[in-house]
Design a protein around this ligand. Structure first.
Ligand SMILES: Cc1cc2nc3c(=O)[nH]c(=O)nc-3n(C[C@H](O)[C@H](O)[C@H](O)COP(=O)(O)O)c2cc1C
Ligand code: SF4
Length: 441
């Protein structure tokens, strides 16, 4: 596998996406698939955990927690079950990397699950999938079946034939909160999906109150490459503290939106260039580094290295690398009103600041969008957002406050204009549309 210089594509997970029938087991094996698992099964489980620790792989689901370290938090085996649960709920506005990955290369996930389960001493692993993506559900079921028929999962695995692994694919009902790892576990157990009080953390008492590792799809799919090629190979990509390759999803007002698998530490300027630039005749207004819940950036941050620490130091979060690009035709108020609708709709209602606050913010955002805001509304928004952030039971509350706080920080005058003029007069909506009515870009 060739590694290219930083700033260029490093296709690892996306390497076979263009190959005909890339999702089939034979195709995956023709490109080195399942070699990482074969190697892992000759190692001691603790050695596998150490190798992943050495690689510096950080969770790809948003928070960037070191993956090998998370696995090592599991208590010593006590003879009872231990589980791996893959978080495939992918619901954050702008985030769109796990669904194409599972569609085009499901076996990278299944191989990663087998390696991870072996490393943590698990014999049953789950994929919790967002239920709306029925096509992905079918593809995962077919890939698990292929792997089972080929003897890659099931009973009697490994050189000594003494390792067993079952994989279950579970389709959720479609709720953003079920991406929060403890709400996900409740939902998987058949309960209403609401976050649990922590501690205990899932590593100690997760699924069915047993030790459980919850990891993102891309985190787990990155594991086979590390086993097959070694940790030095992985750390040769990215930055010292954000190692490896990652899927960066560029959407919105660029010429060629899409998935770009590149080393961490690339800049948004480079990614926009790779995406063919801002659409013709327009200029950048603002962008999100990691989805709607991460503070927005403008042109001033185009050269910030997209690694966890640099983006944090610049005042935002790398999140899920959902890079949404908005040009000068876009109404910030309209965009943030849509995101606020989303958070209000997805609030699970368990805690008061988020349940009530998202509802209030939605009302205020709508009247500002309609040009019917009150003079006190911008300060009211900041007050409500400030009372949600840091005071909610889970990160969904913080996520709902972030766009409003950062939007007002950069574009306060646009919010204030909402006291007199509708957003659609200031920024005619057809000018920012990407698709025609016929759905043509
Ligand atoms: C409201 C909310 C939604 C989330 N949605 C997802 C998701 O869809 N996929 C995901 O991997 N992590 C999601 N997370 C983060 C998970 O709680 C968890 O940190 C992650 O699955 C851990 O995996 P990683 O260490 O491999 O990144 C969400 C968190 C919150 C608060
Ligand atoms: S912050 Fe929102 S989503 Fe999270 S527990 Fe509270 S009400 Fe539910």
């Amino acid at each position: 596998m060739t590694i290219t210089a930083p700033g260029r594509l490093t296709p690892v997970l996306s390497d076979i996406w263009d190959v005909p029938r890339s999702w089939k087991l034979d195709t995956y094996r023709d490109h080195g698939g399942y070699e990482g698992l074969a190697k892992a099964l000759t190692m001691a489980p603790a050695e596998v955990v150490n190798l992943v620790k050495e690689s510096g792989l950080r969770g790809r689901g948003g928070a960037g927690f070191p993956t090998g370290l998370k696995w090592s938090f599991l208590p010593k085996p006590d003879g009872g079950p231990r589980y791996l649960v893959v978080n495939a709920d992918e619901s954050e506005p702008g985030t769109c990397k796990d669904v194409p990955l599972m569609l085009a290369n499901p076996h990278s996930l299944i191989e990663g699950m087998a390696i991870t389960s072996y490393a943590i001493g698990g014999h049953h692993a789950f994929i919790y999938l967002r239920g709306e993506v029925v096509h992905v559900y079918r593809r995962l079921l077919a890939a698990v079946r292929e792997a089972r028929e080929a003897g890659l999962i099931g009973t009697g695995l490994g050189p000594n034939g003494d390792y067993d692994l079952e994989i279950t694919v579970h389709a959720g009902a479609g709720a953003y909160i079920c991406g929060e790892e403890t709400a996900l576990l409740d939902s998987l157990e058949g309960l209403r999906g609401q976050p649990r009080l922590k501690p205990p953390f899932p590593a100690v008492a997760g699924l069915y109150a047993r030790p459980t590792v919850v990891n993102n799809v891309e985190s787990i799919a990155s594991v086979p490459g590390i086993l097959a090629n070694g940790s030095d190979w992985f750390t040769s990509m990215g930055t010292p503290k954000s190692t490896g390759h990652g899927l960066f999803s560029v959407s919105g007002h660029v010429t060629n939106p899409g998935q770009f698998e590149v080393p961490f530490g690339i800049t948004m300027r480079e990614l926009i260039e790779m995406a063919g630039g801002i659409r013709d005749g327009h200029r950048l207004k603002f962008w999100t580094p990691g989805g709607s819940s991460t503070p927005i950036f403008t042109e001033a941050e185009l050269d910030v290295p997209l690694d966890y620490d640099s983006v944090g130091a610049a005042g935002s979060m790398l999140g899920t690398r959902a890079l949404m690009v908005f040009d000068e035709t876009t109404s910030v108020v309209r965009v943030i009103a849509r995101w606020t609708d989303f958070y209000q709709h997805e609030s699970c209602g368990k805690c008061t600041p988020c349940r009530e606050g998202t509802y209030w913010m939605k009302q205020v955002m709508h009247r500002l969008e309609a040009g019917k805001g009150l003079d006190s509304d911008v300060d009211l928004l900041l007050d409500v957002a400030g009372n949600i952030a840091g005071r909610s039971f889970c990160a969904l509350g913080d996520a709902s406050a972030t766009p409003i706080q950062s939007g007002i920080k950069y574009f306060r005058s646009e919010f204030e204009a909402g006291t007199t003029t509708p957003a659609w007069e200031l920024f005619p909506y057809e000018a920012s549309a990407i698709f025609s009515e016929a759905g043509v870009r």
